[in-house]
Design a protein around this ligand. Structure first.
Ligand SMILES: [Cu+2]
Length: 134
């Protein structure tokens, strides 16, 4: 009878270790850190409107953003995950050459755009996003 009681403590230990590892993984990989918020606040202090576009494993989110014409704007392509094939972003309409997207924040300044809709896409032409300037 006694030998059948051993697996339970082992199972509990395994579950506890998995929970701790999972919690650490989550803490390191998600959310906007204090430092990220400070960078955004600094950009806003310089007079930029900051719009965040999340770079996810299934594209850009939101897929379409709106920007006011004549207002200096920076898009923050924020990449919180490594599980995406999106490594860079480009747009011939914006004159944006392959901009490498590192994990974390990636700011791109939009200079004095004329009203209209501008498309961008990942370097592999798999995912698309739109910027509507009004
Ligand atoms: Cu891809």
């Amino acid at each position: 009878m006694r030998k059948y009681m051993r697996p339970l403590p082992i199972a509990i230990t395994v579950v506890v270790i998995l929970l701790i590892a999972g919690g650490l993984f989550f803490a390191l990989n998600s959310g906007t850190s204090e430092a990220d918020r400070a960078v955004q606040a600094a950009e806003e202090a310089k007079g930029y409107e900051v719009i965040t576009v999340d770079v996810t494993d299934n594209g850009f989110s939101p897929e379409k953003i709106s920007v006011k014409a004549g207002v200096p704007t920076k898009i923050n392509f924020r990449k919180d995950t490594s599980y995406t094939c999106i490594k860079d972003v480009k747009s011939s309409a914006l004159g944006m050459n392959n901009m490498k997207l590192d994990k974390g924040d990636n700011y791109y300044a939009l200079e004095d755009l004329k009203p209209g809709t501008y498309e961008y896409n990942c370097g592999m032409y798999m995912y698309y996003g739109k910027i509507s300037v009004n």
